[in-house]
Design a binder for this molecule. Structure first.
Ligand SMILES: [Zn+2]
Length: 304
């Protein structure tokens, strides 16, 4: 809290905060990511789990505590996924500079309104992962074709580091309005050219393919959504109202090669904006955000 007050006092510090070590719990993030990846295989294996445990467990007294635990642990996600019956798949859209997979999961109504949510682009700003975790299993409104990308920057996430494995700020590397920013080692280093990084290239190919109607990007920790007078303005405002984020501009940096801007400038029918979370995000807050995503997803259906 103190930090936020200080941050609000100075635009320069605000950006420094966004750049610096918002530790955000890289460990937790990795766990979450693992869980996401693992769940793809959960569906087939779940049928095996009860069968495997059932036979030996019943006769053995000590394991009596195990069966409920095991069942309880595996059942909820599986049940939710099956209940929704809307899991459409998971895929790797490319590899990071250090060879890590960039994964997306897909659920909802295929052919519906395409919504893309990116949990992490600056690897040391990982609070958004918890929101994506909720979005994986909660019931979706009709007509929503939801793509979840836990991170476009798996190197940064693994290293608890803003940049990708090449030391590039991916959010300065996109080919709209790209300019050379800073030098290797600097926090806003833009890379050697527009879309020089494999993560940027993978995202561009993916976005070209799915043509998202609305793309949401999570950052930390300025606790705000920037107002806009473009068509996505009402969505931004609604999102801020629903989540308690401030509805205030982010200023003071060099905003070239920004991913969210590339999406909306390159795909004219596409809306795209950034939600700057606070320094931390509780489980309850993550759920509020996940619900807000779905609310504005529905709102976006009436915006051409
Ligand atoms: Zn950021």
């Amino acid at each position: 809290m103190t930090r936020r007050v200080v941050l609000l006092g100075s635009a320069l510090l605000l950006l420094a905060a966004c750049s610096s070590t918002t530790s955000g719990g890289a460990t937790t993030s990795s766990t979450t990511l693992t869980a996401i990846v693992t769940t793809t295989t959960a569906a087939p294996s779940t049928t095996l789990a009860p069968t495997t445990t059932a036979a030996p467990t019943t006769t053995a007294p000590p394991p009596t505590t195990l069966p409920p635990t095991t069942v309880a642990a595996t059942s909820p996600p599986t049940t939710a996924a099956v209940a929704g019956n809307d899991f459409l798949g998971e895929e790797t859209i490319g590899l990071s500079a250090q060879g890590r997979p960039i994964t997306v999961s897909h659920r909802g109504t295929a052919g519906g309104t395409v919504i893309l949510v990116v949990g992490v682009i600056h690897g040391n700003e990982s609070a958004g992962l918890a929101i994506l975790d909720d979005l994986r299993t909660m019931p979706l409104p009709p007509g929503i074709d939801l793509w979840l990308m836990p991170t476009i920057n798996p190197d940064g996430l693994a290293n608890d580091e803003r940049h990708n494995g090449n030391g590039v700020d991916l959010n300065r590397n996109f080919p709209h309005d790209w300019t050379q920013v800073a030098q290797p080692g600097d926090w806003e280093y833009s890379g050697t050219g527009p879309a020089s990084e494999p993560e940027t290239q993978a995202f561009i190919a993916f976005a070209d393919r799915i043509q998202p109607h609305l793309t949401l990007w999570y950052h930390q920790d300025l606790h705000r959504v920037s107002p806009s007078n473009r068509k996505d303005g009402p969505l931004r405002k609604q999102y801020a109202q629903l989540t308690g984020l401030d509805y205030v501009s982010v200023t003071g940096g060099t905003y070239t090669g920004v991913a969210a801007t590339w999406v909306r400038q390159t795909m004219p029918s596409s809306m795209s904006f950034i939600a700057e979370l606070g320094p931390t995000l509780s489980a309850d807050e993550a759920l509020v955000h996940a619900n807000a995503v779905l609310t504005i997803a529905v709102m976006s259906q009436s915006i051409a």
